[in-house]
Design a protein around this ligand. Structure first.
Ligand SMILES: [Zn+2]
Length: 210
């Protein structure tokens, strides 16, 4: 992973309408730190030199400031040694569910892509705070994606490609789940046993293995 890929991924998610304007932020792990997108630069105007290198103490050297949500990236990298890339966005459908403060149950086998039998919603805390980091890390336990109450979506993966794929998939799952909620009917929920099979199969295919 490099800055070029970070910029390319940011622009891609912007074109896909997942990451609009200057909302959302992406990063990848490096030795002793990470490289993150800057604060207040429109996604479609982002350049390689705008990306900010930070260490785990939060120290950076760049003309531009890092994203206001850098702390959450830093704290996830510190806690989760299996995560090398993070994509945080405010996509419409995932955010809509996050605003209900509910988790997404295993109504579809693709939930397994996030690593478990549901996609949890981290409790609300003000953006950029230590408390929000704590809440997200908890909701991400044994998972690679979670919703963030009244805020959006966050995904952590072994690289930016898988993180992008998972971000798009969770947004798709959220769209489907909202349709079900709108219908007023309850979906059939896949059993834990069945979801264990799905998780294993997805890992075997190296589809969602993160
Ligand atoms: Zn955000």
């Amino acid at each position: 992973m490099n800055r070029k890929e970070l910029v390319k991924t940011t622009r891609y998610l912007n074109d896909k309408n997942i990451n609009r304007g200057s909302s959302g932020n992406l990063s990848y792990r490096i030795n002793n730190g990470f490289v993150i997108t800057p604060s207040s630069v429109p996604n479609n105007k982002l350049n390689i030199k705008d990306c900010v290198q930070m260490d785990f103490k939060g120290v950076f050297k760049n003309k531009l400031k890092p994203s206001t949500e850098w702390r959450i990236h830093r704290d996830i990298y510190r806690k989760r040694k299996d995560i090398f890339a993070i994509i945080h966005t405010h996509p419409t459908f995932s955010t809509a569910i996050a605003c209900m403060n509910i988790k997404i149950p295993s109504f579809h086998y693709m939930i397994a892509m996030a690593g478990g039998d549901d996609i949890k919603c981290a409790k609300y805390a003000t953006f950029g705070t230590e408390q929000l980091s704590k809440n997200v890390i908890k909701a991400l336990e044994n998972r690679n994606a979670c919703l963030m109450a009244n805020h959006g979506l966050i995904v952590g993966a072994k690289n930016l490609k898988i993180a992008t794929k998972l971000t798009e998939e969770v947004e798709n799952i959220s769209k489907q789940y909202l349709q079900i909620l709108k219908s007023g009917k309850k979906p059939v929920i896949l059993s834990k046993k069945e979801m264990v099979k799905n998780i294993r199969k997805i890992k075997d295919y190296n589809y969602g293995k993160i």
